[in-house]
Design a protein around this ligand. Structure first.
Ligand code: SF4
Length: 462
């Protein structure tokens, strides 16, 4: 396991603390993601109808969520008519078993796989590895984290937490590049040679799906490296794995999303490769695995169903002040950041109860989301749900209860305020001490001489 690996058991705050122990790393992680956020802003401002696109995308996805059954049925009929083989998986275990069965039927032990957050969500790599299948991730960032024995820390930039010198060392160990060579162009060339041999020898290629068009039964895959195309064009069997929310009704709707996706993700005007897979070439197979894995449950949760509009652009992560300073692995879930903190508790409320609290609720995520998901409001809603279920952190639950009680008694509140100001003035160590994490890296401001209501009572006439 590498230095960046994290324990699934530790809470988000502890893992974020570990990430923060390396001050240099957290600083450039923060700055790099903010730079991408700024690129996104410039790209968005260059499109006069940007807000119209966001609203339209959100409306199209709302239509999909309200007509999921009909659109899935239409997609299935069209895809079958095209010659694709369809599989339905209720959960991650079924998804993994289906993929494994296809590999067994084709007597295949080695495969290539392009980026798919769904397969990360389902733990496909680990499952196949346990069953003796060699999976090579072909997205460069994913290959880097795979060689390091890690999972991606960001849905678009899987190895954003790695420095180029560390990648040079990793490639030296695994691909035998010269020690000390950290030139990105050289390392990319070395990865290309390494992956080419895999592409040429693997008979099965797995891809994710960015969009599935109900009208035509085709799936659309967007990459910047062309690795999905290379894998699928050279393999006899293409397995496309998708969550059921990836649907869009018609091909004419695709342009709305492709204009938003790349600009929101990296500030590019368009993803380099946008490939449509409609039917298998003669003598080959196209399998499409449609996965629920909690999506129907989320669809039934009024407060959270809009989270299924997500097109996985990563913009909410790049802008989130908590994500930028805590790193993707601190979320302990395949999809990290603000949207992951909404999706993860849907799958396992108890296990992921800390994630909705890993936010300042500043609303920056909601402002950049290309499909207008009310992200920070859903995080706030999750906190309330978790509190009702008794899963909110104990300290927070007790202090909020006490605060509620005190705020309901104005005279007592005024007295407590006065007492607190006196204590802060005479004995600041009662608040600023090693047991209080808030002041570890902050200066304590001088307490005010009076409360606002006291000031107001004196000055209201003036
Ligand atoms: S929630 Fe919105 S901003 Fe975040 S990844 Fe999904 S589409 Fe992008």
């Amino acid at each position: 396991m590498s230095v960046h690996s994290t324990s699934q058991q530790q809470p988000h705050a502890s893992l974020a603390q570990q990430f923060n122990d390396d001050e240099d790393r957290v600083n450039w992680h923060d700055e790099t993601l903010w730079w991408i956020r700024q690129k996104r802003d410039k790209a968005a401002w260059s499109v006069p109808e940007w807000e119209w696109l966001r609203q339209t995308a959100s409306d199209i996805k709302a239509h999909v969520l309200s007509n999921m059954h009909d659109l899935l049925t239409q997609f299935e009929a069209q895809a079958l008519a095209n010659g694709a083989i369809l599989h339905w998986a209720a959960d991650a275990a079924e998804h993994n078993a289906i993929v494994h069965r296809i590999l067994q039927e084709n007597k295949v032990q080695q495969i290539v796989k392009s980026k798919s957050m769904l397969t990360e969500e389902c733990g496909l790599n680990e499952y196949l590895h346990e069953h003796g299948i060699d999976v090579v991730d072909t997205d460069l960032g994913e290959r880097i984290v795979q060689l390091a024995g890690e999972t991606p820390s960001h849905i678009v930039l899987p190895c954003i937490h790695w420095k180029k010198e560390e990648i040079g060392e990793l490639f030296h160990q695994h691909l035998h590049t010269p020690k000390g060579n950290a030139d990105p162009q050289y390392l990319t060339g070395a990865a290309r040679i390494h992956l080419r041999e895999k592409f040429l020898t693997r008979k099965v290629a797995i891809t994710g799906v960015n969009f599935a068009i109900a009208e035509t039964g085709e799936v659309v895959v967007c990459t910047n490296e062309g690795n999905a195309d290379m894998g699928t064009h050279l393999a006899d069997v293409h397995i496309a794995c998708m969550g059921i929310e990836k649907l869009i009704p018609q091909r004419q709707h695709l342009g709305v999303f492709t204009r938003l996706l790349a600009r929101s993700a990296t500030g590019q005007p368009i993803t380099t490769y946008t490939s449509h897979f409609r039917k298998p070439a003669p003598g080959r197979q196209l399998h499409i695995v449609l996965v629920d894995n909690g999506r129907s449950r989320q669809l039934g949760r009024d407060a959270f169903r809009n989270s299924l509009k997500c097109i996985r652009c990563g913009a909410c992560m790049n802008t989130c002040p908590v994500y930028r300073r805590s790193g993707g692995h601190s979320y302990k879930y395949a999809i990290s950041g603000p949207i992951g903190s909404i999706l993860a508790p849907n799958l396992d409320m108890r296990k992921h109860a800390d994630l909705p609290f890993a936010s300042t609720l500043c609303g920056s995520c909601t402002n950049v989301c290309p499909v207008k998901i009310d992200i920070h409001e859903q995080l706030y809603q999750w906190r309330q749900e978790l509190y009702k279920e008794g899963l909110a952190p104990k300290g927070k639950a007790v202090s909020m209860k006490m605060a509620g009680w005190l705020l309901g008694k104005p005279a007592l509140y005024r007295f407590a305020g006065k007492a607190a100001r006196t204590v802060l003035r005479l004995a600041p160590f009662m608040v600023k001490n090693s047991l209080n994490p808030w002041y570890k890296q902050r200066e304590m401001p001088a307490p005010p001489k009076q409360s606002f209501s006291e000031w107001y009572a004196k000055n209201k006439k003036a």
